[in-house]
Design a protein around this ligand. Sequence first.
Ligand SMILES: [Fe+2]
Ligand SMILES: [Fe+2]
Length: 308
Amino acid sequence: MRGSGKQRDAQAIAHHYDVSNEFYALFLDPLMLYTCAYYREPDGKLEQAQEDKVDLVCRKLRLQPGETMLDIGCGWGGLSIWAAQHYGVKAHGVTLSRAQAEWAQARIKREGLEGRCVVEHRDLRLPQSFAVILDRCWRHNLSTALWCEALADHCNIERPLGYTAGILHDIGRIALLMLFPDDYAEFLDVSLNGDLDKLEAERKLCDADHCQVGDSLAMSWNFSAELGDVIAHHHDEVTSETPRMRLLVQAACTAASMSGFHVAGPEQEWDPARLELLLPQGSGLRPPCGDLMEKVAWKLNRTECSLL
Ligand SMILES: [Fe+2]
Ligand SMILES: [Fe+2]
């Protein structure tokens, strides 16, 4: 269904899910969960395994009473209803299927959860401009992560840690994008066509740049000091004091941009000299060479395919 219009998607959803709730009730558990279950016993029952699954999700989310949970693509509302009932959250489920929403609303009423749980029939997909920027951020981060992984071997840094740092280095940008979707579309415009530096453009339009926002996320999510440093300072100038991990990510981020994976910015030539500046002599880190580029590009294509 990728790339099709909203109307076509709505038709496909109606064709698949609006067959009838009775039909799905024939083979689903009482919570009407249409995703994999979590069997704690090999010969356990489906009903138990589905309850265990939603409960595990709630615990992993560390839901606290009074919090609000948004459940996009909530199906028949099983998770939302469970979270409202057992974790005291205000749950808001959204589904593209009218039949699912009607079934969930009836159950919410039956269980006396009105006011604590809502399931609505609505298309909550992102506007096109948002999706484009999110896609760019994602490709840039993924490509940086793959560059980090490739460079980590040369630089004696643990590969998984390098990969994580690369994936997360622009996490603040994704948060800003969520908070200010309209301003961010303008940001993209300004940084592609204007003279403003990217961080300045963000501060001007959103009152904070992605490093500052990323830094607060790193603190509230208890990231390690090494990761926090990368997220908060990956645009700082390189000095002899710059930690190795940050040098690695800065070089990888530049390599990602030079190999065509920008968030915003004009096309850049592949320039080893720029990378050498980021991986200075004596740091023990070696700049990536041309043949790594092909490897990373190939891996990126494969990773993207397997993610879709
Ligand atoms: Fe960045
Ligand atoms: Fe970056």
